[in-house]
Write a protein that binds this ligand. Sequence first.
Ligand SMILES: Cc1cc2nc3c(=O)[nH]c(=O)nc-3n(C[C@H](O)[C@H](O)[C@H](O)COP(=O)(O)O)c2cc1C
Length: 211
Amino acid sequence: MSTAPRILAFAGSARQESWNKKLIAIAAAGARDAGAEVTLIDLRDYPIPIYDGDDESEHGMPVQAQALRKLMLSHQGLLLASPEYNGSIPPLLKNVIDWISRPVSGQPGPSPYSGKVATLMSASPGGFGGLRGLVHVRAILGNLGMIVLPEQLAIGSAHEAFAADGSMHNAKQQSAVAELGAGQARLLAKLLGVTLSTDCSERRHDPSRLR
Ligand SMILES: Cc1cc2nc3c(=O)[nH]c(=O)nc-3n(C[C@H](O)[C@H](O)[C@H](O)COP(=O)(O)O)c2cc1C
């Protein structure tokens, strides 16, 4: 069995042409190239209703939220690219974070967040690149016990930053994003006391198995 660090990666946007999805794909590739085992998912594949305590009491945690919770539990790191909505965290992402913070079937279990390492990034057509939203995402994940690394990137003018194939026009910027992923992979390897080898392949979670 592989001892490579396991990193979950996703964007806090379900939009098909999301800039943050393009951004997270580059960071995920950077982590994979550095030797991590990366699971890149799309939140569009995990539709979850807005959290409602009555709904939870009646029906429990939706299967898609349970699947995300299991993914968080089975990875040591998180790469997250989040858009900024009105200077803060988008509701899609907050809803996902909230649902998977809940115990399954009312049974207290291990926290899916505690002690995990997170790296944040954002992209936005605006000048700040979503930087203000990351302040809030950082605080929320920190409150949940995650170690949120100080290195982060906010890509402004995102509508001009990416080529049609998903790469970035600015090669230096692309390397910096890939390095965010690689940096987390190296840190996790140190924390886990394992040596990185660079023959790991990307794992994609198949959400169709939930249905
Ligand atoms: C409700 C709403 C609020 C937004 N607020 C901000 C904002 O405060 N700052 C910003 O830079 N962009 C803001 N935007 C624009 C988003 O950055 C833009 O829609 C971006 O493309 C979303 O990320 P995505 O491409 O990954 O889906 C907002 C968009 C929406 C829908």
